[in-house]
Design a protein around this ligand. Structure first.
Ligand SMILES: Nc1nc2c(ncn2[C@@H]2O[C@H](COP(=O)(O)OP(=O)(O)O)[C@@H](O)[C@H]2O)c(=O)[nH]1
Ligand SMILES: *[C@@H]1O[C@H](CO)[C@@H](O)[C@H](O)[C@H]1NC(C)=O
Ligand SMILES: [Mg+2]
Length: 443
């Protein structure tokens, strides 16, 4: 009897094993996981060809839309999405749809994170300046912007680069975005040394700044980037098509849901420029910037607006600069203002003085000073409810209820706003706005 019991145990074990194998193979064959595996391997294949240097991996210059819809040059990822979509609808009516992994689902697309927001859309786009090597860092940023806001609004996203974007960059970024993606190459006259710059003098400055260990002090490309963001991105052919922009850099974080349209908020409230973080600029990078600004004010008094926020920039009525600026890695702003004669005259004046190359002027103080002198106070907006991180600073909204209502995941202790190195308190004073309720307890 002992022998037949053992045989029975073996048979039982074999049956159990077969059942397990059956379920595992069935679910991995058609489950959502397999869709992703396929997509991931396709991406890897694509990347491989880029590294092998197939020669045809560059995107043609400015003006290419990657999400062209149903045309022959349609994004392969969009094609995948549209092919599987109807099957998904059919599967979701099945009662087995709630298991995970779902053995009956034949789709690889996620249900939408939220419904599309009703109402009008502004003439607006996200804009990112990036290198191909930034692809994974910008992917993190895009994912957060989409999850926290754009999945419901589907605004376009313009990517700009001084080189051609490669296949991987285009594929990955267009897969992550809910709106149309567009890829532009920067004209060489917008990215390079103007002819009036003395190369020898500029080189000596870089060597000197390198020795003094000034951040990016020896970098040529960083200077081109700062000059481009100061004076040219809004004039790019692709950007000419929009009235509003939202700048996004690699490796940023958004900590709260954004449940309304910041572009529409700007338009409805007659705002032209906005910020979330402000601070004092590193003086070594801009020793003569204010001299150049004073030269501009003298040459173009007609561009200086009466009800400006000079008091945010200067403690002595404009004699000297206090180095306060809005951090420009986040900006929601009006492109028509940047393209206005006032701003263009301002940029040209600064550019002629050479400080983008003979010093290391950043686009943040350049934009901020323009906003402070050429916009009315009330045209500049502080977005307390857009929670944001760019190394090394965090803006975590003041006000616990606001943070809870918007599902924020930042630590309020990390908020930089009421820190002594922030200029945000000064901004509140200048625009005569009372500080947010409870700020004392959150500093
Ligand atoms: N295409 C291109 N983009 C650049 C270059 N240098 C910087 N950027 C972009 O310009 C922005 C600012 O650069 P980043 O390295 O973040 O500077 P930081 O934030 O001041 O430390 C980011 O969006 C970068 O991706 C460059 O040489 N070429
Ligand atoms: C969007 O704004 C740009 C720049 O102001 C303008 O040229 C374009 O006609 C606008 N598009 C629409 C649809 O309003
Ligand atoms: Mg950055």
């Amino acid at each position: 009897m002992a022998g037949s019991q053992r045989v029975f145990r073996y048979v039982l074990l074999a049956v159990v094993a077969l059942v397990v194998i059956f379920f595992v193979s069935a679910s991995s064959g058609v489950g959502p996981g397999s869709g992703y595996t396929q997509k991931a391997s396709e991406l890897l294949k694509g990347q491989g060809s880029v590294y092998e240097g197939s020669g045809s991996n560059s995107v043609p210059a400015a003006g290419q839309d990657s999400k062209a819809g149903s045309g022959s040059n349609a994004n392969p990822i969009d094609v995948v999405k549209s092919v599987v979509a109807p099957q998904h609808t059919a599967a979701s009516s099945n009662t087995h749809d709630t298991t995970s992994p779902n053995p009956l689902s034949t789709t690889s697309s996620n249900p939408p994170l939220g419904q599309t927001a009703p109402g009008p859309r502004m003439n607006a786009t996200f804009v990112t300046l990036a290198r191909n090597s930034d692809v994974w860092e910008i992917s993190r940023s895009i994912r957060q912007v989409e999850d926290r806001f754009n999945h419901a609004y589907n605004y376009d996203w313009v990517f700009l680069n001084d080189a051609d974007f490669d296949e991987t960059f285009v594929k990955v970024t267009s897969a992550l975005t809910s709106g149309r993606t567009r890829y532009g190459k920067i004209d060489s006259e917008h990215w390079g040394f103007p002819d009036f710059i003395d190369q020898e003098k500029a080189r000596k400055v870089r060597e000197d700044m390198h020795e003094r260990k000034i951040i990016y002090g020896d970098s040529v490309s960083y200077r081109h980037m700062c000059r481009y963001e100061s004076g040219f991105f809004f004039r790019h052919k692709l950007m000419q098509e929009y009235e509003w922009y939202w700048r996004v850099e690699p490796s940023i974080e958004l900590f709260c849901d954004i449940k309304y349209d910041p572009f529409k908020f700007m338009a409805d409230n007659k705002k032209k420029y906005s910020f979330v973080l402000s601070l004092y600029e590193y003086v070594e990078t801009i020793p003569t910037l204010w001299d150049s600004v004073k030269g501009f004010m003298k040459a173009h008094p007609e561009h200086i607006v009466a009800d400006n926020s000079l008091a945010f920039l200067s403690d002595d009525g404009g004699e000297s600069y206090n180095h306060c600026h809005f951090w420009s890695n986040f900006e929601v702003g009006n492109l028509d203002w940047l393209r206005s004669p006032a701003y263009v005259d301002y940029f040209n004046h600064l550019d002629r003085d050479g400080g983008f190359f003979y010093e290391r002027w950043g686009d943040a103080p350049v934009h901020s000073i323009a906003a402070g002198l050429m916009l009315k106070k009330e045209e500049i907006h502080f977005f307390n409810d857009i929670a944001y991180y760019h190394v090394p600073f965090t803006h975590c909204p003041t006000g616990e209820q606001l943070r809870l209502d918007n599902k924020c995941h930042c630590n309020p202790k990390d908020n930089f706003d009421w820190n002594g190195y922030s200029c945000t308190k000064r901004f509140f004073e200048v625009i005569k706005m009372s500080l947010p309720e409870g700020y004392e307890k959150e500093q």
